[in-house]
Design a protein around this ligand. Structure first.
Ligand code: SAH
Length: 234
């Protein structure tokens, strides 16, 4: 089904349409996305299944991409078991909130921790403000289960690691070793990487670290993300 057909007039309708269109296949991801009103994170047409500008030359990805990333990491994000997740390039904070719902349950009371990191302070401030728009979001922040950090996501955030799951929301030039080092054994990273071919194409790489620390890298689907870069000069 074409992505645009999965748009809705309300958040509930958007998520239902993505589920009906098989762009969301897991009920846990469906429920986690249903519990976050995308209007709190996307300023224009929040219930459209398309990417949108959020200022600071950044975009919020289309909801079907968020679903696909969350589903790829799902097996490493058990609910209420203290799973740790890092969301690199968190932008306006939407996926950070969804991932927190996955590990902490929709009401934010379960045991888990998600860190959203972005190198633009205007965006981590925006993430905080957006998350405070809902009671569940405020609960996640006030309990320290969600934290937003301003910094270079290519270096990860070792202070809260190691992580069961790492999501990277911008295209990297390489599979940054510091991120791989911050994965637990076992753990998984979902990361878009620029193809070395120089044709401007990007691929999602799924990097798995097994229980013995052995790392396996698999190139999966072709994608289009904004680049993971140096912080803009202020
Ligand atoms: N993950 C969000 C936003 C994606 S846009 C979403 O899906 O909605 C990509 C984000 O990556 C932008 O917010 C940009 O500021 C951030 N970014 C780019 N390079 C970065 C870096 N080196 N470290 C941290 N964040 C970075």
């Amino acid at each position: 089904m074409a992505a645009w057909r999965c748009s809705g007039r309300t958040n509930t309708e958007l998520i239902q349409n993505l589920y009906k269109g098989h762009l969301i296949t897991s009920s846990r991801v469906r429920d986690a996305m249903s519990s976050v009103d995308r209007a709190h994170y996307a300023p224009h047409s929040p219930y459209e299944d398309s990417p949108q500008g959020i200022g600071f030359s950044a975009t919020i990805s289309a909801p079907h991409m968020h679903a696909s990333a969350a589903e790829s990491l799902l097996g490493f994000m058990p609910e209420n078991k203290g799973a740790r997740v890092l969301d690199v390039g968190c932008g306006s904070g939407y996926l950070t909130h969804v991932l927190a719902n996955v590990v902490c349950g929709g009401d934010g009371t379960g045991d888990g921790k998600v860190v959203g990191i972005d190198h633009i302070k205007g965006l981590t401030d925006m993430s905080l403000k957006n998350m405070r728009k809902s009671e569940e979001g405020r609960r996640l922040l006030d309990s320290g289960k969600v934290e937003f950090v301003t910094g270079d996501g290519r270096k990860g955030y070792a202070a809260a690691g190691p992580y069961d799951a790492i999501h990277v929301g911008a295209a990297a030039l390489e599979l940054h070793q510091e991120l791989v080092d911050q994965l637990k054994s076992p753990g998984r990273m979902f990361i878009p990487v620029e193809d070395k071919g120089g044709w401007g194409s990007q691929w999602i790489w799924v990097v798995d670290k097994d229980e013995n620390g052995k790392v396996k890298k698999e190139k999966t689907m072709g994608v289009r993300y904004v680049p993971l870069t140096d912080a803009p000069k202020t």
